[in-house]
Write a protein of this length. Structure first.
Length: 115
């Protein structure tokens, strides 16, 4: 099975930037063939889709983050990045990556955006 670990969260002022990382590890997996979606969950709300990166680096984003967030991958490091710019207070949430559409979740990393 593939394990995922997120990092890079923190406290930032509105308009600021953060870059989250999601590192995959495990046995017998080919990272370059994996889709890695990002989700977030704000207090009292359901977990929601943020965006995803597919093999070949095609990306899809939810409308709320288009133009502000960018997902990229470094297959040599089994790592996916979520670059978040122009952050807003409503981006405050725990951010998770996932091993594909139905795979394991990471433990999450907290992002807090102050106004």
């Amino acid at each position: 099975q593939v394990q995922l670990v997120e990092s890079g969260g923190g406290l930032v002022q509105a308009g600021g930037s953060l870059r989250l990382s999601c590192v995959a590890s495990g046995n017998a997996f080919r990272f370059e063939f994996m889709e890695i979606p990002w989700y977030r969950q704000a207090p009292g709300k359901q977990r929601e889709f943020v965006g995803t990166i597919r093999p070949g680096a095609r990306t899809i984003y939810t409308d709320a983050v288009k133009g502000r967030f960018t997902i990229s991958r470094d297959n040599s490091k089994s790592t996916v990045y979520l670059q978040m710019n122009s952050l807003k207070p409503e981006d405050t949430a725990v951010y998770y990556c996932r091993a594909g559409a139905n795979g394991n979740w990471g433990q999450g990393t907290q992002v807090t955006v102050s106004s």
